[in-house]
Design a protein around this ligand. Sequence first.
Ligand code: SF4
Length: 365
Amino acid sequence: MFSNLFENSVLSIELTNFCNCSCVMCTQSQMKGHARGFLSSEIFDKLLKEIVDNDLCFDKLIPFGLGESTLHPEFFDFMEEIFKINRTKRYFKSIDIHTNGINMSDELIKLFAEGGGGLSTLSFSIDAASEQTYFNIRRNRNFNNMIKNIQNVIRKRKNPQDPKIILQFIVMEENREEAPLFLNFWKDFLNQNRLDFQVNYDWNPPMIKDTIFFKRLNPVKHEEISKAEKIHYNVVENLGLIEKKTENSDRAVESREYRGEKRRYPCSGPFKYVMVNWEGEVTVCCIDTLRELSLGNLKNNTLQELWWSKKNHEYRLAHISGDISSMDKCLKCNNLDSPEISKKEIEKYLKKFGFKDYMKYLGDL
Ligand code: SF4
């Protein structure tokens, strides 16, 4: 039902909300004194059963939320189970795994390097080119071990680009000076191994091959977004990935600029981004780390009950009408103007659920 109605539907499952470091993302999850923990196997099994029993298909599965998924004691078993069901039928067209690359047993490296089961990309959060910077950001001394693990997976893949490897560097104040070193180190390694790759910097670039990826930091605090955008912009400009501007070269590209004075475009989150957190709560995007837009919990309801609930219809209709005044999280979010949902998809949704009165809002988009 998800991928029948919408393109690029995503199911994201947070296996844990903590990590073995103290990077920005980990600090965010601890910001409001959140409890820490692992997704229970009961919720995991219940979710997978619902998917199989009801033939729920998604374009993408991301078994990841705020924390480091490989720390989950059942990570290997969960992944095996997912690959297994996905071999019988493509419930997930692609599976993207995100990891810091530290806890990788030989068994896990083998599982990833073998490919198959829909595993499409393996994204490594590296964020540094030296042990010292890595330590400053992560507060651990695993830099060399992590590099070795990543290189092992790359070399042991049965087929190049299967899965595709993303070498990620989230640009921040603490590492911005190392961006050129990072680029050269991984360029040299990939060239030595005769691998085809791309260098990318955009918010959500197409991962068509192995990628060295300079990603923008996405701070939880709204007031920090502009600063993060500015640092990112300057770094990618200095790397020569975007054209150098002669005027205003220190300014960030703000997402709102893309649409000028037009009203904000509906966010695709409440339509096609299902986020299940480690406690079983379902929300509508990965940005909602503090669960302000929670739809309820899988302990009490099925995924379909929550996803097609009155509450989520209200979220979608608010985005369609342009009146999101009751959704503070969305009001302050900078992700609204990326048109990842087409007018055609919105129209299909309105017709299917009988909200034809809202068709009038489509004209403004
Ligand atoms: S606008 Fe932002 S906070 Fe709201 S659903 Fe979309 S991504 Fe999430």
